[in-house]
Design a protein around this ligand. Structure first.
Ligand code: FAD
Length: 506
């Protein structure tokens, strides 16, 4: 008889676990509260145009890329439509104060060469820094799908040093330091908090294979659901887990909002731990554990502006743009300027075909603290009150003013515009404080911000962005660690490596 697994949450974390376990002989059931599975992979339509919610910048799908291997083994890599970002500049970092744009080139040597053209006297330091970044990445076993001398948290030195310290150990040039941290606004890097290994992983990951989904990230969610179903599992949408019944350190059943009862041999929580605690009797967890997990600091949230352009009015950009007023702003992207303007943004034009000439749409992310919208925290979608909508319109205008600084006459190209605030993100993902990357990794307090996938409840495992690392990289890697607890990590990595190498699906 097949062992059964019930997964709470159908985001990329729950779905990758579901796909792996269903392939490896488990009978899988995923509960997803929304009408479509995907979580951050989910796309939605406004006025007939499809927008991604939370997976715009991706990587790892290039030949030999870690996600290419994982998703080849799962059996969905071939059906994904992926477009590599510009080789000469996958990211453009605009520095308003000096009117300079720094281009980040794809590929290790290209990257060093390009950044060195802006700082010729620092060439050796840039070289040594990137060498260190690659060394750090080589030493993270799971990132290399290597059998498990240790997990992602094996190297204390790069966990307890911050990304800013790492960069500063190679150069004292503060402008170069900021340029090497240009992507903070994308992954929420914080000056004295984000561990060096997180900065290194994300930097190397994108240098090697920055790319986009053509036609949106939902394709990955759909592919994963298909794999689960083909292997006899099911993904039940509009089925929110409402109560997790634990007795004697063992989950007995999960009850859905509609009152349906689900039992399984194993349970995986793929939602924010605080959301999980809200639907169970927390006295079954050790007080210290519950308190530690429930009070972990969360990453920042975001204010996201979605734009559709008039036909053929704005060029398709095969790069992501990062904009800040000053160098220091890369470290403070969640802080507003004294007049409440954002300090910077990240924008991109998601591709709708492999050869777009003009952009159909743009997404502009500005990192925002939840505090800014806290006064409306007890409101629900559509009923947040006039002052909230006035705030949103005002902030949206500030974002558009910023875009005018980068692209004069920007507004004249726009057909429609709307925005999502940290409250939208909180309520859509069911995630505390609308934290876009889940819980915060803090190098000053790794034991507090790092969660093991195993819990003291003997048939409960954890997965998702809150456990190790967020995003298209962190969540699938954590899913491997979670599934490894059932299958055996060494064995699972062996299978993934074997089937991805031979390109055989089974
Ligand atoms: C605005 C924004 C932009 C982002 N941009 C990027 C990017 O460009 N690149 C990148 O790599 N990452 C990006 N991220 C981060 C990325 O989206 C997340 O790290 C990732 O999607 C998290 O996956 P997950 O499976 O852990 O959680 P989620 O995707 O949040 O999935 C959890 C799922 O559980 C469901 N759920 C919650 N509670 C219950 C319940 N009680 N019962 C049943 N189901 C439940 C939710 O509906 C959701 O579908 C972005 C995030 C945001 C918000």
């Amino acid at each position: 008889m097949k062992k059964t697994v019930l997964i709470i949450g159908g985001g990329i974390g729950g779905l990758v676990c579901g796909a792996i376990l269903s392939k490896e002989g488990y009978r899988v059931r995923v509960l997803e509260r929304h009408s479509v599975a995907g979580g951050g992979l989910h796309t939605f339509k406004r006025n007939g145009i499809e927008f991604e919610t939370g997976m715009h910048l991706i990587s790892g799908f290039q030949e030999n890329g870690v996600l290419n291997k994982l998703f080849s083994y799962i059996g969905v890599a071939d059906q994904l439509q992926i477009k590599p970002a510009d080789e000469e500049g996958f990211d453009h970092f605009h520095l308003a104060a000096e009117g300079v744009t720094y281009k980040m080139a794809r590929g290790r040597n290209n990257f060093i060469k390009t950044v060195s053209t802006y700082f010729p006297e620092e060439k050796d330091n840039i070289d040594r820094y990137i060498q260190r970044v690659y060394e750090i990445c080589d030493n993270i076993s799971i990132y290399n799908l290597r059998a498990p001398s240790a997990d992602i948290y094996s190297n204390m030195e790069v966990m307890e040093t911050s990304v800013s310290e790492l960069i500063a150990s190679f150069t004292s040039n503060s402008k170069l330091q900021a340029v090497l941290a240009w992507n903070n606004a994308m992954y929420g890097g914080r000056k004295d908090k984000t561990p060096a290994y997180v900065g290194a992983l994300i930097t190397q990951f994108y240098i090697e294979g920055a790319s986009r989904f053509v036609g949106g990230s939902q394709q990955l969610a759909d592919g994963l659901v298909q794999v689960i179903e083909q292997n006899g599992g099911e993904v039940l949408t509009q089925t929110a887990a409402h109560f997790i019944d634990i007795q004697n350190q063992h989950i007995q059943k999960v009850i859905s909002k509609g009152g349906r009862e689900f039992t399984a041999d194993y349970y995986i929580s793929a939602i924010h731990p605080s959301s999980m605690f809200k639907i169970t009797d927390v006295s079954h967890f050790k007080k210290a554990y519950y308190h530690r997990v429930d009070t972990i600091e969360n990453s920042n949230s975001a204010f996201v502006t979605f734009i559709t352009f008039k036909p053929n009015s704005f060029p398709y950009l095969n790069y992501a743009g990062f904009y800040t007023y000053d160098y220091e702003d890369v470290w403070n992207c969640a802080e507003l300027l004294p007049d409440d303007r954002p300090r910077g943004c990240m924008y991109l034009t998601p591709p709708v075909s492999a050869n777009d000439v003009f952009a159909q749409k743009m997404i502009i992310n500005t990192i925002m603290k939840f505090d800014i919208v806290k006064k409306w925290e007890h409101t629900t979608v559509g009923k947040r009150g006039y002052d909230y909508y006035a705030f949103k319109t005002q902030h949206e205008n500030k974002v558009l003013d910023m875009m005018e600084e980068i692209y004069p006459n920007f507004r004249s190209k726009i057909d429609t515009v709307f925005s999502a605030s940290p409250l939208t993100i909180r309520d859509y993902y069911n995630v505390k404080e609308g934290a876009i990357y889940g819980t915060m990794n803090d190098c000053n307090n790794m034991p507090l911000s790092h969660l093991p996938v195993r819990t003291k409840i003997d048939n409960l495992l954890l997965t998702g962005q809150n456990i190790n690392l967020h995003g298209i990289l962190g969540v699938p890697l954590t899913a491997i660690l979670t599934c490894g607890e059932l299958i055996g990590l060494e064995k699972l990595l062996g299978i993934i490596n074997y089937f991805s190498r031979t390109k055989v699906t089974y």
